[in-house]
Design a protein. Sequence first.
Length: 94
Amino acid sequence: MRPGGKSAAGAHAELIRALRSAIQESGGQAGLDDLYRQMTIDEAARFLGTTKGQLYNLTYRREIPFIPWGKRGVRFRRIDLIAWQEARLRRAAG
């Protein structure tokens, strides 16, 4: 099992759903490079519509997917943030 209790297959299926959703929302214009591009904390906060402080808190509590960067920095992939948002929406709706 992965952190958060997800199996590798479940995490992969969630990633595929997020990818399809992102491509549909963009009218097919979203390139894979853009979805897998690493974003800084500023870019990720802007993308999610939240503050850097809130994003740091989510990262500290390991509630959001991130990539460690150097000693104390973090990066985020757009596709991971989309999948994370979709999972939260499903939990809230279901």
